[in-house]
Design a protein. Structure first.
Ligand code: XIL
Length: 319
């Protein structure tokens, strides 16, 4: 059987995939993506990011995000909306301004109320703040942090909650799938937001992982449970891909990748509050990995020719 159907039968809300605007003209690709037995959830890979939605101050554009959100609605798929406050893909008018605290507060409030307002009722969840932490657990120094300190985080959650009371509000980051300094600081972010009186519902673990270097299932579960103990009501794997750090992929490597995907899937199944798994696109054909990590790739469940890999079989047999 197929992935979303199996995930739902196992008590999860969805098994989903990211996608992007350019890919929607690839008919063979779309035929798999729109099949709700396979994918019950969609994340826009780029179109809802600040550089596209507010390229100039006060000038909002939702053309790209709408295309993906409308695609999902047409096919009866839920949407994880992504992302509101992030240091990357941030237009230079935000990142290179010299803002006062009041100005930055207003910039964040305006951006969030406009974008979340535009998508009100259409997002299962929002990744409200993305990648606020360095790998050592300290705060990443971005323009928001420079002007406002850590208070930009609860501020963003408050604005998102006001604009769409029904959307689940997430903190989302990478290298927080296992226990360690960054996971401990993620716990602190959940506490920070709650102590400020704002709502945070979930922690999204991006899970951009490497074949052969995936943590034990019990470690993955400990990280998830730490977020729930801190007061999040749910967690999810939001951008899962497991890449080869060198190519080409060998047969034994593909078997290891299958084992690694099974480990992550089993961890989500074992934690009730883990609501679903999203892969960061479903095919190697459209993976972001090769362009970001030189010489790496083959990270997804379908190969470049849209054929299922051993990892697909492993996930489906575990679900
Ligand atoms: C990536 C997209 O997939 C690429 O197309 C884009 O060029 C850069 O961003 N963490 C995130 C995602 O939260 O938004 C990123 O997506 C991957 C890392």
């Amino acid at each position: 059987a197929q992935l979303n159907k199996l995930a739902k039968a196992a008590g999860k809300l969805y098994f989903g995939s990211a996608t992007d605007n350019g890919e929607l003209s690839d008919t063979a690709y779309v035929n798999i993506l729109k099949n709700t037995d396979e994918f019950g959830q969609i994340t826009p890979g780029n179109g809802q990011k600040w550089q596209y939605t507010e390229p100039n101050q006060g000038q909002f554009s939702y053309t790209q995000g709408d295309q993906i959100v409308d695609f999902a609605a047409t096919n009866g798929q839920i949407v994880r909306c992504h992302t509101l406050v992030w240091y990357s893909q941030l237009p230079s008018w935000v990142s290179s301004g010299s803002w006062t605290k009041d100005q930055m507060t207003s910039i964040i409030n305006t951006h969030i109320s406009n974008e979340v307002g535009h998508y009100k009722g259409k997002c299962y969840s929002w990744d409200v703040v993305n990648e606020a932490l360095n790998d050592d657990g300290t705060y990443r120094s971005n323009i928001f942090y420079t002007v406002l300190g850590e208070s930009y985080i609860p501020l963003a959650f408050e604005a998102a909650a006001a604009a769409d009371p029904a959307a689940k509000l997430y903190y989302n980051d990478y290298n927080i799938e296992a226990t360690g300094a960054k996971q401990a600081s993620t716990v602190k972010i959940v506490t920070l937001v709650k102590n400020a009186g704002a709502r945070i519902d979930g922690v999204g673990m991006q899970a951009h992982l490497i074949v052969g270097s995936v943590s034990a299932q019990s470690t993955l579960q400990s990280a998830m449970n730490s977020y729930i103990s801190a007061g999040a009501t749910e967690v999810s794997y939001t951008e899962l891909d497991i890449r080869f750090s060198s190519l080409p992929a060998t047969d034994s490597g593909l078997q290891q990748q299958a084992t690694d995907y099974a480990t992550v899937t089993k961890a989500c199944l074992a934690v009730k509050a883990c609501v679903g798994i999203t892969i960061w696109d479903y095919t190697d054909k459209y993976s972001w990995i090769p362009s970001t990590f030189q010489g790496q790739g083959a990270a997804l469940l379908y190969d470049d020719n849209l054929s299922k890999k051993p990892a697909w079989t492993a996930v489906s047999s575990v679900l």
